[in-house]
Design a binder for this molecule. Structure first.
Ligand SMILES: Cc1cc2nc3c(=O)[nH]c(=O)nc-3n(C[C@H](O)[C@H](O)[C@H](O)COP(=O)(O)OP(=O)(O)OC[C@H]3O[C@@H](n4cnc5c(N)ncnc54)[C@H](O)[C@@H]3O)c2cc1C
Length: 396
């Protein structure tokens, strides 16, 4: 196994760097660096920019017009984007629904939905979780009852990320309440403009309405919006989750975060000396940097195995747990480094409407610290991942 980039991979990295240097305006990267919101238009603009270059659907197979990058190319792209403070690619249509439609959708669904994911006409959100059905997703209760050529949907989804921007939602619904939990679930595509749907924001700890509750009250969904077979939705849902968990280690985000902490710690002082020279702070910084280097190597090892055709298994869980612990520790160090400036947290500063209180680098620190509590919860909580690791590695 060779963990160094080949000449071809280095050339690809240079191509990505050149693209980012040319296409990513400083105004946008400054906003991302400062943790400011770029809004729906900002994300749509970035998607369109990538799409123009043929790089938006980099994980789609060539037969669906995708770039079909291998694991190393995807890794390089994601690392370079994080280092350049590019906006993130919103994953719901591209990395989650797209692969499901490509594998299980009808030809009509593929022809209709896939181009609209790419051109930004459809913004998708993910309707899996419900109150009482998160880690134990198979206990979901939202009902879909067949009525002629429609399903009638009633129930509630929750924690639906950016549903306020979405015009479509892919939902897990219960179509057979008598069957065993996993066997009575179907996968439905629902137009958010259908009568009977209500979206209510949930304000997170950082003051932003990033997630929502979505209510369904006698919502009529055409049967042609069922993906695959009725009651087989669990299979498609699990397939989607394997795509949700790509770039799970978040090495690039952590690297960018660590660079920022070091920058702050060189400017801020403790007892008249730069904070970075404070033994206690420096020790914590060194510890997390060593952890990050070790994880980056593990990540490359797993990526190189994936490039050789070995699908990652329990390693994804290990990267999820370690990656999120590292990112949260970096957020905590940043919060400590800016000291009292983390206190006057104003969501307006994050939204970009107001000037920050204190140095500009302090503005997003509290918000990021609070917002990233989510990292160890979503995508399968860290406790659940530890359970998986224990089961596979220790036969628990
Ligand atoms: C910011 C954010 C965005 C999200 N976006 C979406 C979205 O767009 N779409 C969507 O469908 N969902 C979304 N989610 C939901 C997310 O998938 C769930 O929060 C997650 O699966 C955990 O479920 P829960 O919140 O119901 O917690 P619970 O499952 O009730 O868990 C509560 C606590 O118990 C622990 N726990 C539960 N079961 C076990 C077990 N067997 N062993 C050990 N510990 C256990 C958990 O780790 C957790 O600490 C989002 C969540 C957050 C926080």
């Amino acid at each position: 196994m060779d963990l160094n980039y080949t000449d071809e991979e280095k050339a690809f990295r240079d191509e990505v760097r050149a693209f980012l240097a040319e296409k990513l305006p400083k105004e946008i990267s400054d906003k991302i660096r400062a943790g400011r919101n770029i809004g729906k238009e900002g994300y749509q603009w970035w998607h369109a920019t990538l799409n123009e270059r043929g790089w938006l659907n980099f994980n789609w197979p060539k037969e669906f017009g995708g770039a079909e990058w291998n694991a190393v190319q995807r890794h390089i792209f994601e690392e370079e984007c994080a280092a350049a403070y590019a906006p993130r690619i919103v994953p719901f249509g591209l990395s989650m629904l797209g692969p499901v439609l490509q594998k299980f959708g009808s030809k009509a669904q593929q022809d209709y939905f896939l181009p609209r994911i790419l051109n930004g006409e459809h913004w998708w959100c993910q309707g899996y979780s419900e109150p009482g059905a998160g880690s134990d997703l198979a206990s979901l209760k939202t009902r879909a009852v067949r009525d002629g050529d429609h399903y009638v949907v009633n129930g509630q989804k929750t924690w639906t990320t950016l549903a306020q921007y979405a015009n479509w939602i892919f939902c897990l619904v219960r179509t057979d309440p008598e069957a065993k939990a996993q066997e009575g679930i179907s996968f439905l595509l629902i137009d958010m403009n259908t009568p009977g749907i209500q979206v209510r924001p949930i304000v997170l700890l950082d003051g932003t309405p990033e997630v929502n509750e979505v209510f369904f009250d006698d919502v009529r969904v055409p049967v042609e919006n069922l993906v695959g077979e009725e009651n087989k939705g669990w299979t498609y849902a699990k397939y989607l989750l394997t795509h949700e968990r790509t770039n799970i280690a978040g090495v690039g985000f952590s690297q960018a975060g660590l660079d920022m902490v070091k920058r702050i710690a060189r400017i801020e002082t403790a007892n008249g000396r730069p904070l970075i020279e404070n033994p206690h702070f420096a020790a914590r910084l060194a510890r997390v940097e060593i952890d990050l280097m070790a994880m980056a190597t593990t990540n490359m090892r797993i990526i190189s195995q994936a490039a050789a055709g070995q699908a990652p298994g329990v390693e994804s869980s290990m990267l999820k747990v370690k990656g999120t612990i590292i990112r949260q520790e970096i957020n905590d160090l940043a919060r400590r480094a800016v000291g009292p400036y983390a206190m006057p947290f104003a969501s307006e500063a994050v939204a970009g409407d107001n000037d920050p209180i204190g140095p500009d680098y302090a503005a997003p620190v509290a918000a990021q610290y609070f917002n990233n509590r989510k990292l160890s919860i979503f995508g399968g909580s860290n406790e659940i991942q530890r359970g998986i690791i224990a089961k596979v590695k220790m036969g628990g």
